[in-house]
Design a protein around this ligand. Structure first.
Ligand code: PLP
Length: 421
């Protein structure tokens, strides 16, 4: 019998039946047959240290002896308290309040509601949101509205709300982006600028320098516009620092965290906000309450996993591991330089990108599915974003693992060129 499961981002008419994963181990997924597949994209960017880090698994085991879900209005619990204190300590200074939810999309929705709620409660008419071209913030109606429009969301377009868009800063086009941002902020209608700091993930792993993010901070602050940093993908070491914002030495007004917050073990998200935003909702007038909740808000088991993740960041040389992954990428990635079939190579932290020169680019470029199949047959999970091949491995990845990944990428590009795929 075929499975009743409808998989995410999957065209079932074109995909064969799915293999089952029987277990996970470090940088590998283990298929039911026992075959090991290198998880070169960290299971959609969530796994940071490696699958089933022992301390996180142990924390989960301990937590299930005491907790399941606990209502988070009326009550608090120790894992959530400990995690919140830890998050405030490691986030840029000034982000003193932590609101929990359960996915990256909800973390961003919460951020948006905090920004609008603040102006509403102050009686200021500001409700426009500025976003960056090619950005991705999630798949709910609200977060799709703030992301790049295209084939992913064409069907839902009638429900999506309007936002203001600044261009993606291509090299040489930085001033144009800053002028565009400033022009929009000057209208006085803008509540917030929402950005993915330094790397635009699903929009094609596009990268821009920290100095520009620092300028976004200056401009938004000047015009009283909140800066929302969506670090759902970039957080937890991906860009080479714990948070991408650190590289620009900025404090956003609102910070969205999810994916790697539990090391990838369980779903959880946190939206951090400044005291200014919290205080705009702090009132004896109940109409000024922050009206948001998810049923599974601050799940204690997920919070315990996240506390263990923070402990790992404190007690293990995580940044050294990241540095090692960076070096391995650098060594192998630039060997591809000069290949006429490659349009661009780029790297930031643990993310390495090989953008292919193909006539029909974009997500629906048919090279993506061909390469994906080719890579998986050779034991490596890589899911190109159209013609953009990228690696985003867990930090436990070894040189041998990455050699395998780069070898299959080179081979795949060759086969494609020979028309063999
Ligand atoms: C993945 C992602 C999201 C959405 O997170 P989900 O947990 O899939 O809802 C939001 N923003 C960015 C930058 C992401 O990469």
């Amino acid at each position: 019998m075929t499975s009743p499961i409808w998989h995410p981002f999957t065209q079932h008419a074109l995909e064969p039946a799915f293999q089952k994963i029987a277990a996970t181990d470090g940088a590998y997924l283990i298929e039911e047959s026992g075959r090991r597949v290198l998880d070169a994209i960290s299971s959609w960017w969530v796994i940071t240290h490696g699958h089933r880090h022992p301390l996180i698994m142990q924390a989960i085991r301990h937590a299930v002896d005491r907790y399941d879900q606990v209502i988070f209005a009326e009550y608090s619990h120790e894992p959530a308290e400990e995690l919140a204190k830890g998050l405030v300590k490691l986030a840029p200074q000034g982000l003193n309040h932590v609101f929990y939810s359960d996915s990256g999309s909800t973390a961003v929705e919460v951020a948006l509601k905090m920004a609008l709620g603040t102006f509403h409660n102050r009686g200021e008419k500001r409700s426009r949101i500025i976003v960056m071209e090619h950005s991705y913030h999630g798949d709910t109606i609200g977060t799709m509205s703030m992301g790049e429009r295209g084939v992913f969301n064409a069907a839902y377009e009638p429900l999506l709300f309007g936002v203001d868009v600044i261009p993606f800063p291509e090299a040489g086009g930085e001033q144009e982006v800053l002028d565009s941002l400033e022009g929009l902020c000057r209208s006085g209608q803008t509540a917030a600028l929402l950005v993915e700091p330094l790397v635009l993930g699903a929009g094609g792993m596009r990268m821009y320098p920290p100095q520009l993010l620092a300028r976004f901070r200056e401009i938004t602050r000047h015009y009283g516009v909140f800066l929302i940093a969506d670090e759902v993908m970039t957080g937890w070491g991906r860009t080479g620092t714990l948070l991408a914002c650190e590289q620009a030495q900025i404090t956003p007004d609102i910070l969205c965290l999810s994916k790697g917050i539990t090391g990838g073990a369980l779903p959880l998200a946190a939206t951090l906000a400044t005291s200014e935003i919290f205080e705009a909702h702090y009132s004896t007038d109940r109409r000024k309450t922050f009206f948001h909740s998810s049923s599974y808000t601050a799940n204690p088991i997920a919070c315990a996993a996240a506390v263990a993740n923070l402990d790992i960041w404190k007690s293990e040389p995580v940044l050294d591991r990241i540095r090692t992954v960076e070096d391995l990428h650098r060594h192998r990635l630039w060997q591809l330089e000069g290949n006429a079939r490659i349009a661009d190579l780029r790297q930031m932290g643990t993310i390495a990108v090989v953008e292919l020169a193909v006539p029909a680019g974009g997500y629906l470029s048919n090279v993506g599915p061909k390469l994906r199949r080719f890579f998986r047959e050779r034991g490596v999970l890589i899911r190109p974003l159209g013609n953009v091949i990228y690696l985003m491995p867990p930090y436990c990845v070894t040189q041998a693992d990455l050699d395998l990944a780069y070898n299959v990428i080179s081979e795949g590009i060759e086969q494609l060129a020979r028309g063999a795929l």
